[in-house]
Design a protein around this ligand. Structure first.
Ligand code: ATP
Length: 432
């Protein structure tokens, strides 16, 4: 697998990801997504939403505020328990997560480390014009709590019956002690979470169902089976609310790392919010004529970690006529651009035709246009950013009203009439 530095350089050079506020020296744990990154991220979100909401009859969506009433975080246990164990080097004063250091020696200078102390990783801020303890609020460290506190509203307005789920995508913030490994561990990132409410007693079955569903999603959109591992998280490593947790791990070049966690959160959150808010958050089960607090299964995945995993999994270097081609074999639905339009020369009549073809494609696909340097160089540039199809407009096009489609992976070229171009590419997308 390609190393982290090579992938990082490609991401920066081609406009997938840049260090945040780079002209000021960057800012640890914060990253910006460039023109290609923003497209790919959007595709990942859309594919998640499609499989978790659109294609199902039992899940609805939500977009809750990032900053919530701070009582939320007391009830959920985050003020008390959302902590990492922090150790500090007695020599160089650098700080680390205890679980990231081996043999209790400073990874930077080898110095002796302090005793671990608890460090809450929620970001604090002040709401309103007065600063002080009374105005403290938190940037959400997970999107899930927005779903729990809106449970009753959604239940009433959607009139769903158990089992049903509420899905949400949005930013989350954690003041990670040691951000790093590129976008793997950030302080501001994005999460896609489903809270799936079930009848108590059926939770373990639903838990296994969601592990399977989510594993298949990753396999379908860009992770090879040998790079995916299911880790049953032992009790001592589980979050305070979890009865069962499975992590889906990807074989990153820096080691196996979690891309998604699936947890059985039981009735912990709804019970706590019920107690602290005084609201009745029970569900009335018409079949059994009873009231209870549902259990919840949570598949929780970032956008950024699948983004990184898909890139690593897709990156290939292949020998070709000119040496080596770098190709990102991204799933076409994940790739930033679906089609690149390449006129063979900059002759005016050819450019006019190419722009006409481009205009026909734009309403249907995310596209790009490139007319500089040789056609071979341009194919390589598209391979390197994962564009699945290149459409070449040549001098014959002016006569036969047809273009050549070149496939990124097989490099097979096919002549297609312009009038069939949109449907031809739609067809290619539909079958992958
Ligand atoms: P880790 O053990 O790596 O810190 P976690 O167990 O704290 O992760 P969860 O709380 O399960 O992570 O969060 C669910 C998902 O959110 C993760 O699987 C990951 O995709 C994403 N995520 C969590 N923390 C970060 C982060 N700091 N940067 C990027 N993505 C993150």
């Amino acid at each position: 697998m390609v190393d982290l530095d090579t992938l990082f350089t490609l991401c920066k050079r081609r406009g997938f990801v840049y260090p945040s506020s780079e002209i000021y020296g960057g800012f640890g744990g914060f990253w910006d997504y460039g023109p290609l990154g923003v497209e790919m991220k959007r595709n990942i979100r859309d594919l998640w939403w499609r499989s978790m909401v659109q294609e199902r009859d039992d899940v609805v969506g939500l977009d809750a505020a990032i900053i919530m009433n701070p009582k939320t975080w007391e009830a959920s246990g985050h003020v008390q328990g959302f902590v990492d164990r922090l150790v500090e080097c007695k020599i160089c004063k650098q700080r680390f997560r205890e679980e990231d250091v081996a043999a209790m020696a400073c990874p930077s200078c080898g110095g002796q480390l302090s005793e671990a102390r608890l460090f809450n990783t929620m970001f604090r801020t002040f709401v309103g014009p007065v600063e002080g303890e009374a105005a403290v609020a938190y940037l959400r460290p997970e999107t899930a709590q927005g779903i729990f506190v809106d449970f009753k509203n959604v239940l009433t307005t959607s009139r769903k019956k158990l089992p049903f789920g509420i899905a949400q995508i949005g930013k989350a913030f954690r003041n990670e002690i040691t951000p790093g490994k590129f976008i793997f561990r950030q302080r501001e990132f994005e999460q896609m979470e489903l809270e799936y409410f079930v009848k108590p007693g059926t939770d373990e079955e639903w838990f296994r169902y969601w592990v399977e569903q989510r594993k298949n999603w990753h396999l379908r959109y860009g992770i090879s089976p040998e790079n995916l591992r299911i880790y049953e998280v032992p009790a001592e490593e589980r979050a305070h609310y979890s009865k069962l947790t499975v992590d889906l791990m990807f074989n990153f070049p820096f080691g196996w790392g979690e891309v998604e966690g699936i947890a059985d959160r039981t009735d912990f959150d709804l019970t706590r919010h019920s107690q602290v808010s005084g609201e009745d958050l029970t569900y009335f089960d018409e079949e059994t004529n009873t009231r209870y607090i549902p259990y919840v299964i949570e598949p929780s995945v970032g956008v950024d970690r699948p983004f990184l995993a898909f890139l690593f999994n897709a990156y290939q270097e292949e020998p070709d006529k000119e040496g080596t081609r770098v190709v990102l074999k991204l799933h076409p639905k994940v790739a930033p651009y679906k089609v690149a339009i390449l006129p063979l020369s900059r002759k005016e009549n050819l450019v006019l035709k190419a722009r006409e073809v481009w205009a026909q494609l734009r309403p249907h696909f995310m596209t790009t246009y490139d007319d500089s340097q040789s056609i071979g160089r341009r194919y390589r540039r598209q391979d390197e950013i994962g564009t699945p199809w290149c459409v070449t407009i040549d001098f014959d096009t002016l006569e036969d009203q047809a273009v050549t489609i070149r496939d990124r992976d097989s490099m097979i070229q096919e002549r297609v009439p312009i009038v069939e171009l949109v449907s031809n590419i739609q067809q290619r997308l539909a079958v992958c």
